[in-house]
Write a protein that binds this ligand. Structure first.
Ligand code: GBH
Length: 444
């Protein structure tokens, strides 16, 4: 199975950038050579991770990174998106961990030597545990600590980076981590979720200011995840519920960043559930972006709330799902890009993550994952449709280079273009990886 795009597709042009993405906690291992983070703690509380695993070893990438860079050349990617582990590069007293920083400097040097553009994510969920002990993202001070960390990274990486993203998916950190409690640090409550979101957004703004000052020549922005919200029926109640869900899970993060305000639904929260917002915060959050990173996996369908005080209820899926239970609905990517483009003055967009956990069949050392290849093809076609209607999309990153630690799913769900045998740490390029490579090398 190949990825078939039309001969004239803009996605087959050399100037369209292709990459693969990873995140520090999900691949690095070598947990003993950095500070503990909130995910180390979360993994150790029984019941949080479906297979009881943790990130102590993961893909052993800190030791096998050279081998993993070879995979990037084999796949022929233009860019590699990875994240820096804050607890690996900073000591608890705020000083730089030189050994940890040196790991990334070696990685960056090697990427530059190979001609692969480094897209650096500064925060992909691994908050140092000592900061969580002081309140984590519920504590405003964490935003200022984050800014100091960004400053240290910028100075150490000077001249080696193509793009910086301040955060990956504030939704996940805030909503899943501090509101629903299904991600680290496992806190709950609407006010907690919204307060964590606000401090993360504030940290984004402070981080952008630091990037503008210390790294003005890199492409600086943020990565947000979007789960487009559809209504279950055409009834007014369901449409309204879907609209509210969209404000609550998607626009809550985009609107402050782009326009310096929270969506309408903010005012519908009872005061006891609203976050503390200080004068001037919204102006800090709303910094000009060089790019917007969009992570897209699935959509959700909503109907009217069942109980008072709620805004919506999630409706059951109607279309086929991936192995992780997410509906496959590529049109939502087209709809999303067109809607955002109409509603906002978007900077250039990069799809910074897209991918699927699917069933794979292992035969004679080959991994047949044709469903994943089909998923990529469908989503690239959906992207192409949006671009044909005027959306400025500059690049696409497949999630993920490697099978890795899939958060609350542990190692039970695989998203890689490359298979990882966790017993031997052997890597095997899957059929989808070969299809991706074929697409990338066929560009004109
Ligand atoms: C990304 O998060 C992460 O950045 C990455 O680290 C991770 O490995 C990857 O995705 C795969 O999970 O569960 O039906 O309600 C994506 C997070 C996924 C959150 C879709 C919202 C809604 C679907 N998003 N999810 S559902």
């Amino acid at each position: 199975k190949q990825i078939e795009l039309g001969p004239e597709s803009p996605l087959r042009k050399k100037r369209f950038l292709y990459g693969v993405a990873t995140a520090s906690f999900q691949i690095e291992g070598s947990a003993d050579t950095r500070l503990p983070c909130i995910w180390d703690t979360f993994c150790r509380q029984p019941g949080n991770i479906s297979d009881g695993s943790n990130g102590d070893i993961a893909c052993d990438h800190v030791r096998l990174w050279q081998q993993d860079l070879t995979l990037l050349t084999t796949l022929r990617v233009d860019a590699y998106r990875f994240s820096v582990s804050w607890p690996r590069v900073m000591h608890q007293n705020g000083e730089i961990n030189e050994q940890g920083m040196a790991f990334y400097v070696r990685l960056l040097n090697a990427l530059n030597q190979l001609g692969i553009k480094p897209f650096v994510t500064l925060y992909h969920w691994d908050l140092p545990q000592h900061l969580e002990d002081a309140g984590g993202w519920l504590n405003r001070e964490t935003a200022y600590q984050y800014q100091r960390y960004v400053e240290a990274v910028c100075l150490a990486f000077r001249g080696k980076v193509y793009s910086y993203a301040t955060f990956n998916e504030p939704f996940c950190s805030a909503h899943l981590g501090y509101e629903l409690g299904v991600h680290a640090p496992g806190k709950t409550g609407r006010r907690n979720g919204r307060q964590a979101a606000h401090h993360i957004l504030l940290a984004h703004g402070l981080g952008m200011q630091t990037l503008q000052r210390l790294s003005p020549d890199t492409l600086n922005g943020i990565v947000l995840n979007f789960t487009p919200c559809y209504s279950a029926t055409e009834s007014q109640d369901d449409i309204e519920a879907a609209e509210k869900a969209d404000q609550y899970i998607n626009q809550w993060y985009l609107m402050p960043v782009m326009e310096g305000c929270y969506p309408e639904i903010y005012r519908q929260l009872p005061p006891s559930e609203r976050p503390d917002v200080l004068a001037g915060d919204m102006d800090i959050i709303c910094q000009p972006l060089d790019f917007l990173g969009i992570n897209f996996y699935t959509r959700l369908t909503y109907s009217a709330p069942l109980s008072p005080g709620e805004f919506y209820t999630e409706h059951e899926h109607r279309f086929p799902q991936t192995d992780i239970g997410w509906e496959i609905y590529p049109e939502a990517l087209t709809d999303l890009l067109l809607t955002l483009n109409l509603r906002y003055r978007l900077p250039p967009v990069y799809i910074t993550e897209n991918g699927a956990a699917v069933e794979e069949c292992f035969e004679q050392g080959e991994i047949d994952d044709s469903q994943r290849t089909a998923y990529f093809e469908q989503h690239l076609l959906a992207l192409e449709a949006a671009m044909a209607q005027g959306v400025d999309v500059q690049g696409y990153f497949a999630w993920s280079l490697l099978d890795n630690f899939e958060w609350a799913e542990g190692f039970s769900k695989r998203f890689g273009l490359v298979y990882v045998d966790y017993a031997s740490q052997q890597r095997i390029i899957k059929h989808s990886g070969k299809a991706y490579q074929a697409l990338l090398s066929s560009r004109v």
